[in-house]
Design a protein around this ligand. Structure first.
Ligand code: EPZ
Length: 430
């Protein structure tokens, strides 16, 4: 099992380039099979979740050709199977986007029902509600969600919770349904907009993505396109907090600053300087960090995917901070790991009360999930001494070349595979 070994204490300084948004790419890859023509997708992040989804898409008969590390060509005309097996779903929940894509295109899909996951119970009732509203029959049998329709017909759908997944899945089905669909209380995340733009580039007629009412006029079929995925706001935000926690000066390039507003606002509140450019942001952390409060919310609120990264930073800020997690119930698992590094955080229900400490000290910790894992790396970069982060397979699900990018900013971090490699690193860095 691979690990990161880190010698902390160096401020991160320099420039880092952000890749394509994983969560936009997952939905866009699924949507790419909705036409029989060939689709080119560029700015794809080369991360584990994307590669697993591409295998799932290949597994049902689509032709997937990797042109280069960040570009793929997909042709869905040869799909012979509408069944996505548990093997994929258990590795990557987002394979459930194939439910919407296959139902929209073939009027039938069978996808293994995703269970809960490390960050909490993850119901899909709103996806099902949407499919039914569009005329599909949905039943759950033997661990599969089986959905089929004789005809898909547009409808007026009110989502009971703001959900990215259900908004996107319903949008995909409605794109090929007869007539008009209105999704109310839709998610407004940048990746919802990116998926809508992608579908529109294939000939769909979707308006209002990015607001809470999305209007879709069904079309008969979709056609070929070439599309470039938006930059990953969470990868960008992770580097912004790494700069803050290590007292660094980092310019995060290839971003859309508007998508980072919630993160930027919090960095300013805790005493960092943030400079915005057209497609970059620079974070300078030169003053003692101050406490603040934060609550995770759907976009444009503060993202749940950035909650562990801010909490780890607030753990090094003066005073007491309160972090409230309102999206997923189990996203504080890193707190016990951080305690091993000297963090002082108490969790009560969905709230973490963080008493800032002067420093973290290196320790051996495990990544409990993707974003919490990245946050523990930030803690290790800021800490005194050596930190070993186990279970980095979670981090590799969503961050491309994480250690290389950090090294480019002056971090002492290596990916290792054995105790002897850890020893070697420790001797090398002294
Ligand atoms: C997406 O998950 C992201 N994943 C998550 O990214 C992210 O944390 C989350 O959105 C919130 O922004 C992908 O895009 C692949 P939701 P998703 O549906 O779509 C409840 C990461 O680290 N809900 O917006 O599954 C749900 O329980 C991750 O990259 C229902 O009640 O999230 C949650 O409380 C992990 N019923 C809330 O809505 C439903 O049918 C938001 O979930 C669906 C969701």
């Amino acid at each position: 099992m691979e690990q990161y070994v880190i010698k902390g204490g160096n401020p991160l300084v320099g420039e880092v380039k952000i890749g394509g948004a994983k969560n936009a790419a997952l939905a866009i890859l699924a949507a790419a099979i909705m036409t029989d023509e060939t689709v080119y997708i560029d700015n794809l992040p080369d991360v584990r979740d994307i590669n697993v989804l591409l295998q799932a898409i290949e597994g049902i008969g689509a032709v997937v050709e990797r042109i280069d590390r960040h570009t793929v060509k997909i042709n869905g005309s040869m799909i012979r199977d509408v069944n996505i097996e548990y093997e994929y779903i258990k590795k990557i929940r987002a394979s459930y986007y194939l439910l919407g894509a296959l139902l929209g295109k073939y009027k039938k899909a069978e996808v293994a029902l995703p269970g809960g996951c490390n960050i909490g119970s993850r119901p899909i009732d709103q996806h099902i509600k949407g499919f039914r509203a569009l005329g599909a029959d949905v039943r759950i049998e033997h661990g599969l969600i089986i959905t089929e329709a004789e005809e898909l017909i547009g409808n007026h759908i009110y989502l009971d919770v703001v959900t990215v997944g259900a908004t996107i899945n319903i949008m995909m089905v409605a794109a090929l349904a007869k007539g008009n669909t209105i999704i109310e209380n839709a998610a407004k995340e940048p990746h919802v907009v990116d998926v809508a733009n992608f579908l529109n580039s294939m000939g769909a007629n979707i308006k209002g993505a990015g607001t809470d009412v999305i209007r879709i006029k069904g079309v008969e079929k979709l056609h070929k396109t070439e599309y470039s995925i938006i930059p990953d706001q969470i990868e960008a935000g992770t580097f912004m907090f790494a700069a803050a926690a290590t007292k660094g000066d980092v310019t995060v390039k290839n971003v859309i600053p508007k998508h980072l507003e919630a993160t930027t606002a919090k960095l300013l509140e805790i005493g960092c300087e943030v400079e915005e450019f057209d497609d970059a942001v620079r974070v300078v952390s030169s003053k003692p960090l101050q406490h603040t409060h934060v609550k995770t919310l759907p976009y444009p609120g503060y993202p749940t995917d950035m909650q562990p990264q801010i909490a780890v930073t607030l753990g090094l800020s003066q005073g007491t901070s309160i972090v409230t997690e309102s999206i997923f119930e189990n996203r504080f698992k890193y707190v016990d790991e951080l305690a091993r590094m000297g963090g002082d955080i108490k969790v009560e229900g969905n709230t973490a009360i963080i008493n800032g400490v002067e420093k973290y000290t290196g320790a051996r910790v495990s990544a409990p999930d993707l974003r919490a894992g990245a946050a523990l790396v930030i803690a290790g970069l800021a800490a005194e001494g050596i930190t070993v982060v186990d279970d980095i397979v979670y981090i590799q699900r969503g961050y491309e070349c994480f250690e290389e990018k950090l090294r480019g900013l002056g971090a002492q971090i290596e990916k290792v595979n054995s105790e002897s490699e850890i020893q070697k690193f420790t001797l090398k860095v002294g």
